[in-house]
Design a binder for this molecule. Structure first.
Ligand SMILES: [Zn+2]
Length: 95
């Protein structure tokens, strides 16, 4: 049976005027890559407010894409590249 490595974080509350929160997510993502995790589950409040999501989602992509991971646009998962297409067919869009 294949093993899936999953890490979890929550309550990052990204917003443009709190750069230390971006740094915290970068440290989480360092752990994701160090452990070659298959999935990072962000179990709530990645963004502080809905108005922060547009800008901060671009920041999340800046740290995930170069490392071979994709952020699901519908839910709270970061997956290894190549897994997103299969995931999207099953993703219910829970936010
Ligand atoms: Zn999803």
């Amino acid at each position: 049976m294949p093993r899936i490595r999953c890490l979890q974080t929550s309550d990052v509350h990204l917003r443009a005027d709190r750069p230390e929160r971006r740094r915290a997510l970068e440290l989480v993502f360092d752990a994701v890559t160090a452990h070659s995790a298959d999935v990072l589950l962000i179990a709530g409040d990645l963004f502080d407010r809905s108005c922060d999501a547009v800008v901060e989602r671009a920041f999340v992509r800046e740290i995930t894409d170069p490392n071979g991971y994709d952020l699901c646009p519908r839910c709270a998962l970061v997956l290894k590249s190549g897994q997103l297409t299969a995931h999207l067919s099953a993703c219910s869009g829970v936010t």
